[in-house]
Design a protein around this ligand. Structure first.
Ligand code: SAM
Length: 248
């Protein structure tokens, strides 16, 4: 049996490909990619002419089996997505899950990932975080998801598309309030890279004042519920419990 390599590619700056990724993409028998035209450009840039095969949301189930049969026969394969780490808000879960069930060796070739890059520079607590990925496009289910996350004491990480960023900030304000801290990490590793950390209220005004801030690719990070505040609530409850029996 050959191996299946899950290979991270850059999220903007092509310099972010790793030496190991280049080596693997050269030596495998074929590369499965979300968009073969997009990935051909990357491989050309790296001087790699390995065969490409399409694996996207719509054909992942059938394609995975076909592809893995070749791996079981001894070929080796790599999976890449359009940007960053496969499976992170990108196709690949069905492939990896099926591969492991078939006893295929699955090997990570780590590299760029927008959520990790954003978290590492935004200035919000990084010890605990919750990655939500893309929120639902429709408002009712989106607000429902946000309600579920309201009291988490971890930094919340969202992927958002530029045409929804303004309504997203509105919804974040309606659930978390204007004062909750937020960070907008835009165009990471690219020319117009901007990382703005402020309160939700301030971010809303900042975006309204400069529409360029709604363009490009973006990660939104929201500070979790304050942990010290949490302790106070617990302490207040304890105190109340101790005081209650003393009431006449
Ligand atoms: N697999 C990718 C990863 O590892 O981050 C994510 C793929 S997902 C389809 C694309 C989303 O990731 C974008 O809409 C944006 O939210 C985020 N993203 C990707 N590249 C980015 C960048 N250079 N700067 C900011 N956000 C980025």
């Amino acid at each position: 049996t050959g191996s299946l390599y899950i290979v991270a590619t850059p999220i903007g700056n092509l310099g972010d490909i790793t030496l190991r990724a280049i080596d693997i993409l050269k030596k495998v028998d074929f590369v499965a990619a979300e968009d073969t035209r997009h990935s051909r450009k990357l491989l050309n840039h790296l001087g790699i002419n390995t065969a490409l095969l399409a694996l996207h949301e719509h054909n992942e189930r059938e394609r995975s089996v076909q592809l893995l049969e070749r791996v079981v026969q001894g070929e080796s394969a790599a999976l890449i997505s359009d940007a960053g780490t496969p499976l992170i808000s990108d196709p690949g879960y069905t492939l990896v899950n099926t591969a492991r069930n078939m006893g295929v060796n699955v090997v990570p070739i780590p590299g760029a990932c927008a959520l990790v890059a954003a978290l590492s520079v935004c200035g919000l607590p990084s010890d605990r975080f919750f990655f939500e990925g893309f929120l639902p496009a429709k408002q009712t289910p989106r607000l429902k998801r946000l309600e579920l996350l309201r009291d988490l004491d971890s930094t919340l990480i969202f992927y958002e598309s530029p045409h929804r960023i303004e309504v997203c900030v509105e919804d974040l304000i309606s659930i978390f309030g204007e004062d909750r801290k937020v960070s907008l990490a835009r165009e990471l590793t690219k020319t117009f890279e901007t990382i703005k950390t402020a309160s939700l209220g301030e971010l809303k005004q900042w975006i309204a004042a400069d529409h360029n801030q709604t363009k490009g690719e973006m990660v939104v990070l929201v500070e979790g519920v304050a942990r010290t505040l949490d302790h106070n609530i617990v302490d207040a409850r304890k105190l109340l419990e101790q005081l209650l029996p003393l009431l006449p």
